[in-house]
Design a binder for this molecule. Structure first.
Ligand SMILES: [Zn+2]
Length: 178
């Protein structure tokens, strides 16, 4: 197993992928506009949902569905573990791995929707965007994307990948994360 030894010098230089993190230091009105647009997008998603979903019945699970739905519009290549470019921030050739929403975009999006929910009369304790499942999902996306692209956002942590890797994992009791 090649654990990439290059850790620094990973940012910038790719034109087609989004930066790993999106600064929230844009002007307030831009943020407000973006938030309104995100909120409308989510409302539309709820209306088109089968069966129809009302905001008041919306749960963290529905938010996760929404995030996965958004992946089809993603522009960030996320290599699978069998891809030869797994762990390469700038692969030299195309590969059939899927495009996804970058973790930074999702994280920022959830932050905006979470605020919008409460601004639109939602109760903080019922905020589906603040659900634990959503936080865990975002953490997992970050982890998977960091590994797939050879970017380290923080110290390595053991997380369950979507598909189990070939070698058996060390017997560490799977944590109570769910
Ligand atoms: Zn790939």
């Amino acid at each position: 197993m090649a654990i990439s030894t290059s850790s620094s010098t990973s940012a910038s230089s790719s034109s087609t992928t989004s930066p790993p993190s999106i600064s929230t230091t844009t002007s307030p009105s831009r943020y407000e506009n973006q938030k309104r647009r995100d909120w409308n997008t989510f409302g539309q998603y709820l209306r088109n949902h089968r069966p129809p979903l009302s905001l008041s019945r919306c749960s963290g699970a529905n938010v996760l569905e929404f995030l996965r739905y958004l992946d089809q519009f993603g522009k960030t290549k996320v290599h699978t573990q069998i891809c030869p470019f797994y762990g390469h921030p700038n692969p030299p050739a195309p590969c059939p791995c899927p495009l996804r929403q970058a973790w930074g975009s999702l994280d920022a999006l959830i932050g905006r929707l979470r605020a919008a929910f409460e601004e639109n009369g939602g109760k903080p304790e019922a905020n589906p965007f603040g659900a634990r499942a959503v936080r865990l999902y975002l953490r997992e996306v970050r982890d998977v994307q960091a590994k797939a692209r050879g970017i380290s956002y923080e110290k390595k942590k053991r997380k369950r990948p979507p598909q189990p890797p070939p070698p058996p994992p060390p017997s560490n009791a799977t944590t109570s994360d769910l």
